[in-house]
Write a protein that binds this ligand. Structure first.
Ligand code: F6R
Length: 606
């Protein structure tokens, strides 16, 4: 992961570099650093931890210089210490890097034998030494970088500056995103257009294998073979204003509260409200002919895909193959001729999802992606883009992006069901009506958060929490457990309620809270049987249901009372208590809710 930025400016760049890094902190926040050229010499400032530590360092030890690079890190190789923070440098070259250099060990050994002295445990530092090695042999910065790039294996986006050259910056992209920003007599590099938004909206994305030589007045893009290439300049819509928290204590809470509005926006994109019918865009495939759908994603986005499997199979009667992207890409899964493959991703940059997309594309699939960032790599490499209109999601734990993914996938399921002749017009209207009522139900759930605050005291004492659900509530149980563990650090696992007796029931005792997701649907009685198994063993039940606990024959420690809703939209509504339980428990425990430890918002490494 990591975020990188570079500026060839006309005034001192240090503070602008930090400003751009603030917009990239979603990509990692283990450490941060910048390097500039002062009086021909490379200088840097780095700090462990969040970006504010780097800002503090710069206020006491400022950096001058009109050219510079910056980095915010999500550690892959080496601990998140200052010594491992980027930029990495020699006396000649300074480098920031997003990605992984897979052959760094061989290169490091070779360079060490040639006399290089390494100062960090990172893979990145070999890039600085490799370029320096070429320069010491007599190559100029451009030739040296070209030679070094040819030897790197792995995934990387790089920004590089050179001592004594304050009108030169080189960028390279192989597997990790990199955008060029065109300013007025200035040039920029950044991991995305959002980082560059305060400076310019004129953006050129590099293709895989491209590298670029920038001066203040020129750019020269080469492809992997070294041929000069033109890449289009586009006008980015990324906003120059940093999204703020408004009146909310955390971005996550703000984003939870935005859900009624952003779900409405997303639904309006796929539904003809006056007709009460789905109005789905042409994805370049005849939906009626689709015989199987392949879905792939990671984490929360994967759980959205899992819900879609239940919807598509039930309503459209089309079989769905689904797997986490990190598995599907290596399984050598056979794919149907001309099949539809759907990828779900908030960021649109997740490395595993992107690699799986490419595998499916190479195997003749039509690619549709459900993404929140329309300019992302996954969007650009898809045949059809199904945008979620969630707006920027800053909290690392996904909330509004998840429910917008569900909204989009629900419409895809209905479009398929209609094309396949599996639902009548009346049924379609009934299901569309249920979808359009979702924002109202969520608004009313969000009006009373007190019960979650009370529950937080209880949950914060737990060491383990189990989540159970059946049918379409199973992915919601998985998502609930993921939300709780990632922001509160309490161990939590989701299980299909029917699987409990095949092993996990051994974990149940009077210290283990068990969250039972039990909407009143056709599986309710079966879920209640599993709940009774928990109750009989002293498990402490938190019931999330529209049915009163009395009707279950179990005593519960808490009942999160839900509205009675159409079974079709249960996942959208029941996602909300999962989010609120996790959020309030984590804030009660005092963890860093928006930037939990070890995580990053955009996961661009395998
Ligand atoms: C959890 C979470 C992650 C992401 C996953 C995929 O709250 O946010 O599990 O869902 O890393 O990210 P995207 O959707 O950007 O592909």
């Amino acid at each position: 992961m990591c975020g990188i930025v570079g500026i060839l400016g006309t005034k001192p760049v240090a503070l602008d570099l930090v400003d751009a890094l603030r917009r990239l902190e979603y990509r990692g926040y283990d450490s941060a650093g910048i390097a500039t050229i002062e009086g021909g010499l490379l200088q840097r400032r780095r700090a462990e931890g969040k970006l504010r530590n780097l800002s503090d360092r710069l206020s006491t030890e400022p950096l001058a210089g009109l050219v510079g690079i910056g980095h915010t890190r999500w550690a892959t190789h080496g601990k998140p210490t200052e010594r491992n923070a980027h930029p990495h440098m020699t006396e000649k070259v300074s480098v920031v890097h997003n990605g992984i250099i897979e052959n760094f060990r061989e290169l490091k050994e070779e360079l060490t034998r040639a006399g290089a002295v390494f100062a960090s445990d990172t893979d990145t530092e070999v890039v600085a030494h490799l370029i320096t090695h070429e320069m010491k042999k007599g190559a100029d910065p451009i030739a040296a970088t070209k030679a070094a790039l040819a030897r790197l294996k792995g995934a990387f986006a790089l920004a590089i500056i050179f001592a004594g050259h304050d009108n030169l910056m080189i960028g390279a992209r192989e597997g990790s995103p990199l955008a060029i920003g065109h300013g007025d007599g200035e040039m920029f590099l950044g991991s995305d257009a959002i980082a560059l938004a305060p400076f310019t909206s004129q953006i050129t994305y590099l293709d895989e294998g491209d590298w670029v030589v920038l001066t203040r007045g020129s750019l020269d893009i080469r492809d992997r073979q070294g041929r000069r290439v033109d890449r289009p300049m586009i006008t980015s819509q990324a906003s120059g204003f940093l999204v703020d928290k408004g009146n909310h204590r955390h971005f996550m809470l703000k984003e939870i509260h935005e859900q009624p509005e952003v779900i409405s926006h997303t639904l309006t994109n796929y539904i003809d409200m006056s007709e009460g019918r789905v109005n789905f865009p042409d994805i370049g495939l005849e939906l009626a002919k689709i015989t199987r759908v392949t879905i792939s994603a990671c984490g929360t986005a994967y759980y959205a895909g899992l819900v879609a499997k239940y919807w598509i199979e039930k309503y459209a009667r089309v079989p769905v193959e689904i797997d986490v992207a990190s598995e599907l890409r290596y399984r050598e899964a056979p794919l149907p001729e001309g099949g539809l493959a759907v990828f779900v991703s908030q960021s649109g940059e997740t490395a595993d999802t992107l690699a799986t997309l490419r595998y499916c594309k190479a195997n003749g699939q039509r690619i549709a992606s459900v993404v929140n960032v329309r300019t992302s790599t996954i969007a650009r490499e898809s045949h059809a883009v199904l945008p979620t209109l969630a707006g920027p999601e800053i909290g690392v734990a996904s909330t509004k992006a998840f429910t917008c993914q569900l909204s989009t996938l629900a419409c895809l399921a209905l479009a398929l069901a209609r094309a396949k002749g599996q639902i009548s017009d009346d049924k379609e209207r009934e299901l569309v009506r249920a979808l359009t009522e979702v924002p109202r139900h969520i608004s009313s759930l969000l009006r009373d958060e007190r019960r979650y605050e009370e529950l937080a005291h209880y949950l914060s004492k737990a060491r383990d929490v189990l989540y159970l659900g059946r049918g379409i509530s199973y992915p919601i149980a998985l998502e609930g457990a993921l939300k709780l563990k990632e922001i509160s650090y309490i161990h939590a696992e989701g299980y299909a309620a029917g699987e409990l007796k095949h092993g996990p029931i051994a974990l149940i005792d009077e210290n283990v809270p068990v969250v039972v997701v039990a909407p009143e649907d056709e599986l309710f009685d079966k879920t209640v049987s599993n709940m009774q198994e928990v109750h009989a063993r002293g498990g402490q039940i938190i019931l999330v249901s529209n049915v009163e606990p009395d009707a279950t024959g179990c005593s519960v420690v808490a009942h999160l009372r839900m509205p009675a809703v159409h079974p079709f939209v249960v996942p959208l509504i029941y996602a909300i208590p999962m989010q609120l339980m996790a959020y309030h428990t984590a804030t009660f425990m005092g963890t860093d809710v928006d930037q939990p430890r070890n995580l990053a918002k955009s996961v661009t490494v395998e």
